[in-house]
Design a protein around this ligand. Sequence first.
Ligand code: ADP
Ligand code: MG
Length: 204
Amino acid sequence: MAQIQPFVEWMAGFKKRIDANAAELTDLDRQIGDADHGSNMARGTQAISEIDPDSIKDAGAYLKKAGMSLVSKVGGASGPLYGTLLMKMGAALPEGDLTREGFVAALRTGVEALQARGRSEVGDKTMLDVWFPALEAAEATEGSLPEALQAALTVARDSAEATIPMVARKGRASYLGERSKGVKDPGSASSVLLIEAAAEAFGD
Ligand code: ADP
Ligand code: MG
């Protein structure tokens, strides 16, 4: 059974980073959306922090519950998208000790479900522009889970910056057309925080 504790630490680290960066996330969303991404994610991560891990049987069930909290508590597009990522990752997490292969394979299931839910492609200037390259970097690393997550984090940071010149083709920012250029995608910025928190929680 994968231990719940590092997954609880992962979500706690995500909440800490969201709280520290909520104003910046909202400011990005103010420029190309509706100025609520920071508060949406703060509400969602607060709901996750209220889950009692002692009431849950394993790490997969914990991630599923975390994802359901996001779907039910976050009004914006990001809630169902992050919620799908965590629910499907949780459902795909293998039983037994946590391994790099098991974690990364479950993450792929989650990212593909996010893509299906949002009907987005890489290059649409959404959080998917961080998740696919980061996932591929983790898959390409032969080493341990901490090494895979470090590789994913490096690529995630670059990928979030790379959304700046893109024209949005999905979500609210797409209403701006060409005027969505020049601002980092808010969901890509928050996705880096989730990957950063994973690198910390599952680090050596
Ligand atoms: P809303 O857009 O409903 O106000 P948020 O502001 O919380 O919700 O989240 C916006 C983020 O959601 C965007 O920056 C983008 O990364 C992500 N997003 C929006 N639509 C999609 C989609 N169809 N596929 C993937 N990600 C999306
Ligand atoms: Mg918004």
